[in-house]
Design a protein around this ligand. Sequence first.
Ligand SMILES: Nc1ncnc2c1ncn2[C@@H]1O[C@H](COP(=O)(O)OP(=O)(O)O)[C@@H](O)[C@H]1O
Ligand SMILES: [Mg+2]
Length: 320
Amino acid sequence: MSIIEQAAKRLDELKRAGMSVSGGDEEVLSSDAADADSRGVTEINEAGGSAFHDRGRTLEKVAEMESAWSSANEESTLHVDIDLQALAAKNFVTPESSHSQLADEFRVIKRPLLVNARGDGGAPLRNGNMIMVTSSLPGEGKSFTSINLAMSIAMEMDLRVLLVDADISHASVLTYLGLPKSKGLLDVLLDEKIDLGDVLLRTNVEKLSILPGGGRYKHATELLASESMRRLIDEIASRYSDRIIIFDSPPLLVTTESRVLATHMGQIVMVVEAGKTPHAAVKQALKTIESCPVVLMMLNKSVATNSGGYGYAGYGYGTY
Ligand SMILES: Nc1ncnc2c1ncn2[C@@H]1O[C@H](COP(=O)(O)OP(=O)(O)O)[C@@H](O)[C@H]1O
Ligand SMILES: [Mg+2]
């Protein structure tokens, strides 16, 4: 394909992606492609005339388009392979183990979340696609639940999922998935030259991307409750608004970051370890997330389910 044909093809692709493409010597691309993409802008400026005058200019334009194209896609070029067999052996939901009892349990667990996220249940829920998984105390199964939920949703035909490891001081998503350490949330917070797209990991589960917690820093906890974190969550919400975003979050009664996170979320899954977490702790934890419109309680490690796994306890209980 000639360079002109390549450029024309890219131009078409950009137009299909909803980007403004003008003619002549004007700026070829809208100034904020990422923003346009996040708002789902589909308006195309069909100004007449060729955008390309000579080969040098054409190459420049193609380079500009390539860069805008990747930011319009909002995807990183980083790709990781999750060992799905090893993951299934550790009793996680994977595409290969889609007939397991655990996979069935997660089908039940995700359904009301997806109904809310899509607004199928009535009035659309603000930030319904932003789902925080939390608990009162550490060790109740937040990471286990977040990963299984993300995997289960990514197996849906039409849904893409972003799993965010927001339990920074105990970031364990990459470890559970058998993946090496990688930059993430904290690095984006601390270094303005790092863009979210630079640290996002695409995986061999086609519809699943991961935003790792990132490096370890002394004041990570303060950072998570900071104004920059608020802005970053807003950015995640708008850039990835077409996805279900699952935040594996810190426990509510140990630190205050989750309370800050909760104010941005449309839905919260509150994991409760069966037979262990005291009633009073659950009650106290629920009080801290009253701002979230939908809180679903999930009883984990319960002996009541056949697999010793999951079940919603008092589903609907937490709808404030
Ligand atoms: N439903 C479950 N069945 C079996 N083991 C579980 C279950 N949920 C959690 N675990 C185990 O409990 C431990 C703590 O879970 P984890 O998800 O890391 O907790 P948290 O993220 O809340 O601190 C891990 O060893 C995990 O494998
Ligand atoms: Mg965890």
